[in-house]
Design a protein around this ligand. Structure first.
Ligand SMILES: [Zn+2]
Length: 308
């Protein structure tokens, strides 16, 4: 193919992928390698004094969530798109797969105190449109081949996260960000968690379990608790109870009692995160036992007694 046409086609395909992460466009934001996230200075005025002695305790950090993505395109394409002023998506950080010339570079594309457009239509618990309340990290990974797009999730050929260095660097950044903004472990989420059915990144091969075990990053269930629920309170195909539990954990799902497409999408998202052996969107005893264990650990749900 003609090189120019090929480049254009590549850019078009890339746009289709990365647009995945887009949010509504807002104008005139300069975001490439800009400044720091320090407290903005107030403009001094001769018209008034600014009293900062009466601080309210009723505040928290704007950065409440950390959202992880895969890029679906290469490093060079990712950087080109995110630096393109006409491209409607961005991210605070970009972690490539490999070092260049022996040195690992992480790209900060948007300062932490600015909004990046990575989440789009999204929600978690009572929060929605999470661009306003999150930090986004794009991780270089191709997702799945474009040819697989129409296949069910479990039939797609997902690209592995095989660079140990990438995960190590990612863990270091996550730890620094979550410490700085006191982001709770259960608020470190995948794009698929906050936009189920619409987004699938960072995908079923993303090493959530390894991040938890090796770096104490994110939420994870305790095996003993899962065993308890699996043994003494196995799920009995009660769809409304499944939906209520997913909603209580944070997913955007109405309680209809019907195993509809929304339910399948949300169960898939949950499984890609916490049950990567099975992410077909159909719940089973193991799925709900893991969900019960997470609710007990992170949502203060009391453990029911052993049924007689
Ligand atoms: Zn994404």
């Amino acid at each position: 193919m003609n090189k120019k046409i090929f480049a254009l086609a590549t850019l078009l395909v890339s746009s289709l992928f990365l647009t995945a992460c887009k949010d509504e466009k807002i104008t005139n934001i300069t975001y490439v390698n800009q400044g720091s996230d320090t407290q903005p200075e107030y403009i001094e005025s001769t018209l008034y004094d600014l009293d900062e002695e009466n601080a309210s305790p009723n505040q928290d950090n704007r950065q409440m969530f950390l959202i992880l993505h895969y890029t679906a395109v290469s490093k060079d394409e990712t950087l080109a798109l995110f630096k393109d002023p006409n491209f409607p998506a961005s991210s605070h950080y970009f972690v490539p797969e490999l070092p260049t010339n022996g040195k690992f570079t992480v790209y900060r594309l948007v300062p932490d105190d600015k909004r990046a457009w990575h989440a789009g239509a999204s929600s978690w618990q009572t929060n929605s449109s999470l661009n306003a309340s999150s930090i986004g990290i794009e991780i270089e990974n191709l997702g799945f081949p474009a040819d697989d797009e129409q296949l069910p999730l479990m039939q797609r050929r997902w690209y592995p996260f095989s660079s140990k260095q990438q995960i190590k660097v990612l863990a270091d950044i996550i730890l620094k960000i979550t410490k700085k903004y006191e982001i709770r472990p259960d608020r470190i989420l995948g794009h698929s968690d906050i936009s189920p059915g619409r987004k699938f990144d960072p995908g079923p091969l993303f090493p959530w379990k390894r991040l938890y075990e090796d770096y104490n990053i994110g939420a994870w269930y305790d095996n003993d608790t899962v065993n308890y629920y699996r043994t003494y309170h196995p799920w009995k195909n009660d769809i409304a109870s499944l939906q209520s539990k997913l909603a209580l954990y944070g997913y955007n799902i109405p309680v209809t009692g019907q195993y509809d497409q929304v339910t399948q999408n949300v169960v898939s998202a949950f499984q890609m995160h916490f049950y990567p052996e099975k992410y077909d969107g159909f719940a089973d005893i193991e799925t709900v036992a893991r969900l019960d264990a997470l609710l007990e650990k992170y949502r203060n749900v009391a453990r029911p007694a052993i049924s007689p």
